[in-house]
Ligand binder design. Sequence first.
Ligand code: AMP
Ligand code: MG
Length: 411
Amino acid sequence: MISLNEAVDLVLAAVRPVAAERVPLLEALGRTAAADVVSPEDVPSFDNSAMDGFAARGADLAGVARSDGLPIVVEIPAGSVAAEPLGPGDAARIMTGAPLPAGADTVVQAEHTEERDGRVFVRTAPAAGRNVRYAGEDVRRGDVVLPRGAALGPAELGLLASIGVEELAVARRPRVAILATGSELVPLGQPLGPGQIRNSNSFAAWGQTLAAGAEPVLLGIAPDDPDETRRLISRALDEDVTITSGGVSVGDYDFVKQIEAELGVERRFWGVATKPGKPFAFGVRDGRLVFGAPGNPVAAMVSFELYIRPALLALQGRRDIWRPWLTAAAAEPVKATRDRVEVRRCLLARDGRGDWRFTTTGPQGSGILRSMVLADGLVFVPSAHGGGRAGEYYLVMLLEGSRAERPPYPD
Ligand code: AMP
Ligand code: MG
């Protein structure tokens, strides 16, 4: 048995990032930038008004409150350009986002003015240069706006559109073969016979794979028959990543590792000091990653979180491959396991002082999938730990879809 940290190191050390492909902007969501994105343009590309109001020379505005006001010589809506430069002592009615006319350097907002007989009277004059958004203030031409390895989310899509990017290089989606093993397994849509259970692992792994930006390839169920298992695993090994579930423990029918070895998979480890997730196997063939997840549904999902998700993101060259985590105090005494890190599913809440506290989700059996459905996070209880008292702090990794209360927005 190796440690959780050693297992993570061995998996990440085996990752060789996939190639890039170009995709249209709308297909880039959830993908990873495969190269630095350099802006071909300034954003904004011209000096423009940050307010609805009047553009003028700052020097003219300074004394204007006491004067007769400035004549309004032109109106500039957003999307149009003043035909002529603004003369000294003149004002332009200007809308937010409209280009500042040549000659003007300051905008006074409409709320600080009064208008009479075609002239604008300024109640409160802004300092020269105010209320202008300058060309290049957000992005300068030549700036690296997104580094290689950046995750492409909604804000990134907006930023890319703002610099005119219609398509870009992203990491290819790693293809992930998903194979369930076990003669007891029944596919969806078939009635359960005596002693049979439904294949749930393939569906959870499908979801976890897609959520990690990779492309799942479902290969169905391999019964506990060596020839059929060999046929399906050798098909799986065509893909960038193989995930089998079940058949990697010490039972009489657990021959996944043996078959993989015959098919040329080089074993990197088998057995990790975690609970659940101990019978986890990892190997490599021709640069492809081969994961043998435990059969128990929670153990399979937890193993995916611990090793496979980071690996899928690293394959895409992703910079940030980790889930957010925090430390939280136990709201109740915590059970520990000797020699293994307990990975328990937990609920998070804040105490009266706003500090995070966790409770476990109830029964923690490695087959109890509802613990994953309920969980906000995974809490890691160290092995050396004799059993913790309430109030002690533990590492909690947040899971996708953790619940939240309405935020206490400030007024
Ligand atoms: P194994 O490691 O093959 O002995 O499987 C451990 C446990 O997980 C057994 O109770 C299996 O029935 C169960 N199991 C294995 N594969 C799946 C699956 N794809 N979906 C649901 N349960 C499974
Ligand atoms: Mg089995």
